[in-house]
Ligand binder design. Structure first.
Ligand SMILES: Cc1cc2nc3c(=O)[nH]c(=O)nc-3n(C[C@H](O)[C@H](O)[C@H](O)COP(=O)(O)OP(=O)(O)OC[C@H]3O[C@@H](n4cnc5c(N)ncnc54)[C@H](O)[C@@H]3O)c2cc1C
Length: 383
């Protein structure tokens, strides 16, 4: 007979590991299953750094979730006695009317968040690694910084196990079968029944959630690391994390020299090239590195020494570039978490709470109306 659980969580990347930890902490009998091993390189939740910021340029409505995410990140650190979140401040650079600058300003105004405006002269004095055009500004959000993704995923799994969760790795789930006495989760080696199932399978989400097959598109994301020519100005004390609006050339992000590899940069969504989640990540090519080399030479000259490393990772985009966190239409026992369109990691700690609420209560007090199947369909429908 299949083992029975209150909740089964399929996929233990950022979102699934946080969910399984929140559920185990609440005393729920929960199993988490992943096809691979924690924080593996084919997931979107590995490595050493993910940006977090509070004045969210995308939309002010994200800010209440971010405020909760900060509280939950600190709670995770307290339980683990480990640093997961480091505050460096975040600079949001661009022309005053660019989306990143104007959107950040709006978010901060709406939510009364502190924000400093710096012109090119002041930037040269305070943060000399950055090169600004004379008509650009930088907004300093003092509460921005970076998270350690691998440590967060491992930490959540460690706490989940300590709180009694069953965790299975190297076990791919092949089917989720709703039935009269619960939902059956089928893998190559086991069958489990659960009252509720959370599906958080990242770039593979379309395999188990057909409703997302045509919407969730995995794409190639490339990041590269550079040795600075002036190491002093790239230290986290002198170089906040940043995002930069380059108009028609998209937006770039970067981190100070956190580890031995130096300064990391990438362009959000890179060239938007779709990839097959069941193939190894495509190799970094010359077009990829040319893009990042020319950006760093132009915008952060003191960081543009030797490129020592580059890698491909996965974003999985919805058409709205938003999140989806909802009960599956047609079977409210199944909770779906999309991989969050390349900007979800910072929300992991609150998404875990939301997924636990949705599984246990069928709803949440946290504001997620914009992340429903209905909202996704509305966005995708021709006007
Ligand atoms: C290079 C890069 C930079 C980023 N930068 C930022 C940033 O600065 N700030 C930010 O907020 N966000 C950032 N993001 C986005 C963020 O990292 C993702 O939104 C987040 O990691 C997605 O997590 P996930 O748990 O949904 O997916 P994943 O991490 O991909 O986890 C899904 C898991 O499901 C498992 N799985 C899949 N199919 C099955 C199956 N059938 N059975 C069992 N298990 C299965 C997989 O093995 C995997 O472990 C970045 C992403 C990348 C790639």
């Amino acid at each position: 007979m299949a083992a029975h659980f209150d909740v089964a969580v399929v996929g233990l990347g950022a979102m699934g590991s946080a969910a399984v930890a929140h559920l185990a902490f609440r005393g729920v009998k929960v199993i988490g299953i992943d096809a691979y091993y924690p924080a593996h390189a084919l997931s979107s939740s590995h490595g050493d750094s993910r940006l977090i910021r509070l004045g969210y340029f995308e939309d002010p409505s994200y800010v209440p979730l971010l405020l909760r995410a900060y509280v939950n990140w600190r709670a995770l650190e307290a339980r683990l006695r480990e640093d997961i979140l480091t505050i460096t401040g975040v600079l949001q650079i661009g022309k005053p009317d660019s989306k990143i600058v104007s959107g950040t300003r709006e978010s901060c105004n709406v939510h009364d968040l502190p924000l400093e405006t710096l012109g090119p002269d002041e930037m040269r004095r305070r943060f000399p690694v950055f090169s600004l055009d004379e008509d650009e500004v930088a907004l300093l959000d003092p509460q921005g910084g970076y998270l350690r993704p691998k440590a967060a995923v491992m930490g959540y799994l460690k706490l989940a196990a300590a709180d009694g969760a069953a965790l299975h790795f190297g076990e791919k789930v092949t089917a989720i079968e709703p039935g009269d006495n619960g939902v059956t989760v089928v893998s190559a080696t086991g069958r489990y029944t659960a009252a509720k199932v959370i599906v958080a399978t990242g770039s593979w989400i379309g395999e188990l959630v057909p409703a997302l097959r045509d919407h969730a598109v995995p794409i190639k994301q490339v990041v590269a690391w550079y040795q600075p020519t002036d190491g002093f100005v790239t230290q986290p004390q002198r170089m906040p994390v940043f995002i930069r609006d380059e108009g028609d050339n998209g937006s770039f992000f970067g981190f100070p020299a956190i580890g031995v590899d130096g300064v990391k940069v990438g362009r959000h969504a890179h060239f938007r090239e779709p990839i097959d989640p069941n193939q190894p990540n495509p190799a970094v090519n010359e077009r990829d590195t040319n893009l990042l080399d020319s950006f760093i030479r132009h915008r952060l000259p003191a960081a543009a020494g030797l490129r020592v490393r580059s890698t491909t990772c996965r974003y999985t985009m919805l058409p709205s570039e938003d999140f989806l966190l909802d009960l599956l239409p047609g079977d409210r026992r199944i909770v779906v978490a999309s991989p969050c369109s390349g900007h979800g990691f910072k929300f992991t700690s609150v998404v875990g709470e939301i997924l636990a609420d949705l599984a246990l209560d069928g709803g949440t007090d946290l504001p997620i109306d914009a992340f429903s199947f209905e909202a996704m369909e509305r966005f995708s429908r021709p006007a």
